[in-house]
Write a protein of this length. Structure first.
Length: 187
């Protein structure tokens, strides 16, 4: 997320909004705010109680020393990655190659980010998304419309105008998929 925020700031965006409920993300935002040259906000909360926390102001208020220290202290005491230390005595752990896991190698052999070009999830997962609209679906409230998807049988309201016109069964083979989806398969 921070990599994308930094990329946005380097390409002229003046503000970034990171959407997360995770404390780890909040701490990382505080620790890296000074390196990202735009206003950074953290969006959290629920649909009815959304909050935008100005991470840039919060980092400025607490200062660089405290924000830097928070990242280190949190890493050892409470972050999700603290569990990595349970394997600290393993010799030569099995670490996957970075290529095909979000990274690629340029012509000089340097690793560079492999920006995702495919859908955000397999279609089977996207089709499972369901909105909870009680009235006709409309933006910005409808999660299906917000994600440019048609409503499905799993959605609460079955009479909206965002329904599929007709379901057509299609036979799909493995050859129909190009494997540029950056997933963790071995081929």
């Amino acid at each position: 997320m921070l990599l994308h925020a930094n990329h946005a700031s380097q390409n002229g965006y003046k503000t970034t909004v990171i959407v997360s409920e995770d404390t780890d993300v909040m701490i990382l935002c505080l620790g890296h705010c000074k390196e990202i040259n735009c206003a950074m906000y953290l969006k959290c909360g629920t649909h009815n109680r959304t909050r935008y926390i100005n991470m840039s102001s919060l980092a400025e208020l607490h200062g660089d020393d405290l924000c830097d220290a928070l990242v280190g202290v949190h890493a050892f005491t409470g972050c999700d990655s603290a569990a990595v230390w349970s394997h600290c005595l393993e010799g030569q752990p099995d670490i996957p190659e970075p290529n095909r896991h979000g990274w690629k190698t340029d012509d000089k052999g340097m690793l560079m980010l492999d920006w995702m070009r495919g859908p955000p999830a397999p279609m089977a997962v996207l089709e499972l998304m369901a909105c909870k609209c009680g009235r006709p679906c409309k933006l910005p409230d409808c999660s299906c419309l917000a994600n440019k998807l048609k409503c499905t049988e799993m959605c609460k309201l079955q009479t909206c105008t965002n329904q599929r016109e007709e379901d057509v069964e299609v036979a799909v083979t493995l050859d129909d998929y190009d494997d540029d989806d950056n997933d963790d398969d071995d081929d």
